[in-house]
Ligand binder design. Structure first.
Ligand code: PHB
Ligand code: FE
Length: 329
């Protein structure tokens, strides 16, 4: 069902906890001290509130990303680049068989507005869902003082390359980003740039490890370089990716340091398909027909290469392109 002129509504405030409840289309959202509760005409669902908020602020910040963002096995969003589905159980075989699945399509702006209203109301000072769990407080309990700083941050996107004159800066002490404790032992020597006359301002090099080592957020890729539709993102990872990403295209991972474990399942049914353990130097492609979630036992650096070619999603969905990028042998 498409809800073209839906707007988020605040439907009440719990006098005991201080949190407001919301409605968008026929989805309802409320929280108590421990859990987020999502309702729709045929069912309801409960999600641990830390998990819910860590997923929601990333979904907003990523502009709904590529394809599917599952907050857990049941609830999430699908990006159609202009409109966004909110679904519950639509990609879970048991929910579909029980007939309780639900999906509504909204203008992307309406979903962004709703998710911002919910997360602003449900997040208090002292808790930052973009930080690693060891580096922030907890969202559990009644409403506290509202946060005054931006909830969604650090999605710094380079126009061409970080640190080029006129482009976004590389993180440093001066930008307020100290080196994180987990990366204190790395080599931070800066590259020497020796440029032929006439090419000044066009040749550039940075220590990308230093930029990532200074990131204060986790599971939050930021664009470090762009060549046409080739988007190079880097990110620091610790604990678990708080969403399960269902691809609508291939995506490449290059493990820069440490170790990340990925669980991989069929995109439509959620049936398990595999596990990948990536160690420093490993490269893998996540195919276009799966969902995946990463787990980083220690803070790790990851490079993610995305193909932003417009319309690619329909070429994979129609079967014109195979779901994997390489054929061996
Ligand atoms: C992904 O879904 O591919 C993804 C999301 C966030 C990250 C890394 C990978 O930080
Ligand atoms: Fe992904």
């Amino acid at each position: 069902m498409t809800v073209p002129d839906a707007r988020v509504e605040r439907t009440g405030t719990d006098p005991d906890t201080g949190y407001s409840s919301f409605r968008l289309g026929s989805f309802t959202f409320r929280r108590d001290e421990y859990f987020a509760h999502v309702g729709w005409p045929k069912g309801s669902h409960i999600i641990e509130v830390d998990r819910f908020l860590r997923a929601m602020v990333r979904d907003i910040g990523w502009g709904f990303f590529y394809g599917w963002i599952f907050f857990d096995d049941l609830f999430g969003t699908t990006n159609h680049y202009g409109t966004v589905d909110i679904f519950a159980g639509a990609y879970d075989r048991a929910s579909r068989e029980a007939g309780i699945d639900w999906l509504e399509t909204f203008p992307a702006e309406a979903v962004r507005e709703a998710f911002e209203a919910i997360s602003q109301d449900w997040i208090s000072e002292g808790y930052d869902p973009l930080n690693a769990p060891l580096e922030t407080g907890s969202p559990i309990g009644p409403k506290g003082k509202p946060r005054t700083d931006p909830l969604v941050r650090s999605f710094i996107a380079a126009d061409r390359m970080l640190g080029l004159p006129g482009d976004k800066p590389v993180r440093s002490d001066a930008t307020g980003h100290p080196i994180k404790r987990a990366f204190a032992d790395l080599d931070y020597e800066a590259p020497v740039i020796e440029c032929e006359p006439g090419f000044e301002g066009q040749l550039h090099a940075i220590n990308l490890f230093e930029h990532i080592a200074r990131s204060d957020v986790t599971w939050n890729p930021s664009i470090s370089a762009v060549t046409r539709a080739n988007i190079c993102c880097v990110t620091s990872e610790e604990h678990m990716l708080p969403v399960i990403h269902g691809n609508d295209r291939n995506e490449w991972f290059i493990q820069l340091t440490d170790e990340i474990h990925w669980t991989i399942a069929d995109k439509n049914s959620g049936a398990p398909r595999g596990r990948v353990v990536m160690r420093a130097g490993d490269v893998c492609a996540m195919p276009a027909d799966i969902r995946h979630q990463g787990f980083a036992p220690k803070r790790a650096m990851l490079m993610v290469m995305e193909n932003g070619t417009p319309g690619l999603e329909t070429r994979y969905a129609s079967g014109e392109l195979k779901p994997y990028p390489v054929e061996f042998g």
